[in-house]
Design a protein around this ligand. Structure first.
Ligand SMILES: O=P(O)(O)OC[C@H]1O[C@](O)(COP(=O)(O)O)[C@@H](O)[C@@H]1O
Ligand SMILES: [Mg+2]
Ligand SMILES: [Mg+2]
Length: 336
């Protein structure tokens, strides 16, 4: 049977049958897909509902919340709590871990999410997304502490994102490659439109917020400078650059046509460890990128191997086509 245009339900059932995908995880993935469908609808009707603006509240990271950050968070909260195996939820928009079980057991799930990524793009009608990740507990838990949710990205059993662009995409991995679905207007189904998404090893496109040049360390400056020098520089080829200020849009473009994405730790953000959050931005995207054949690194180590220290921890992020990420890692190795 060809998988092309298979519905999400059919794909998940096939994964259950052929790869032993857990039935509860299947239900959770469907709840996540429902959340994305609802959020997509809210975003597309945002101007009518007058919900594109800011709230008067800030999240734990000190960022002003958009109304849709809060709405999207509520949607994820209510739908991801449906699955009986979910023990806890961790969100960019919530200060604390939300515990759904008092005594979680081995096999229960922890769900991490950035309900709306790139939300500064909302009121200019550019792409935003949601990012999500699921980890399975390896042991029974007797005391509920934040340490319980501080698990390495290598422990993820599912990670994905939804991109609310010209169409709504749902891209995820259960550890068996990366599958891209598109929300079909009219029926509301997610259909498999981009099976087995793969990254090429090389690229001629990079993505970085170049306005931060003055804050970068010498490795990042060297890498970007060499790209910009084009055919006559050490790379001997011409590079293109993109920056959409939405990690989801950025990674989706890279999965589709190659590239490398950088949001490195720099002199301005080093006190917090970088800009992007490890548990619900860097880890899920690293899982996807690795599953598509790419590489995800802090510049000095594999992101998925980093032991989290706190649930809103930030980290340096360099991910995408393997050759570029390895080149930057080799530059960092030379620096020390
Ligand atoms: O505004 P900057 O510094 O370019 O940062 C853009 C980055 O910040 C983020 O928007 C952070 O995500 P949130 O909108 O979830 O806070 C990334 O998606 C994006 O890569
Ligand atoms: Mg984000
Ligand atoms: Mg966000």
């Amino acid at each position: 049977m060809t998988l092309e245009h298979t519905t999400l339900r059919k794909y998940l059932l096939q994964m259950q049958k052929e790869h032993g995908l857990d039935q509860d995880l299947t239900l959770l993935v469907e709840d996540i897909a429902t959340s994305c469908r609802i959020i997509s609808h809210q975003i597309r009707n945002g101007p009518f509902l007058d919900i594109l603006g800011a709230t008067e509240t800030s999240n734990i990271q000190g960022e002003t919340q958009k109304q849709l950050d809060v709405i999207a968070n509520d949607v994820f909260l209510s739908h991801c709590s449906n699955c009986q195996r979910v023990a806890a939820l961790v969100s960019e928009e919530m200060d604390d871990v939300i515990w759904l079980k008092e005594t979680p057991k081995a096999g229960d799930y922890l769900v991490y999410f950035d309900p709306l990524d790139g939300s500064s793009n909302l009121n200019v009608n550019l792409s935003v997304g949601s990012i999500f990740s699921v980890v399975e507990l390896e042991q029974d838990i007797e005391t509920l502490t934040n340490e319980v949710v501080l698990l390495k990205g290598t422990k993820q059993v599912f990670a994905g994102y939804s991109l609310y662009g010209p169409s709504t995409s749902l891209v995820f991995s259960t550890g068996k490659g990366v599958q891209g679905f598109t929300h079909k207007m009219g029926t509301g189904e997610f259909l498999l439109t981009f099976p087995d998404m793969c990254l090429p090893d090389s690229t001629e496109e990079f993505a970085i917020n170049a306005s931060r040049w003055r804050h970068w360390d010498e490795t990042i400056r060297r890498y970007v400078e060499e790209c910009i020098k084009g055919e006559n520089g050490p790379r001997q080829k011409s590079f293109n650059m993109r920056w959409t200020a939405s990690m989801v849009a950025e990674i989706h473009r890279i999965l589709t046509r190659g590239g490398v994405f950088l949001y490195p730790v720099d002199a301005e953000n080093e006190q917090t460890g970088g800009k992007l959050r490890l548990l619900y931005e860097a880890n899920p995207m690293s899982f996807i990128v690795e599953q598509a054949g790419g590489r995800a690194s802090t510049g000095r180590e594999r992101i998925l191997g980093v032991q989290p220290q706190s649930h809103h921890q930030r980290i340096s992020v360099i991910m995408g086509c393997r050759n570029e990420v390895e080149l930057i890692e080799s530059y960092y190795a030379e620096q020390t």
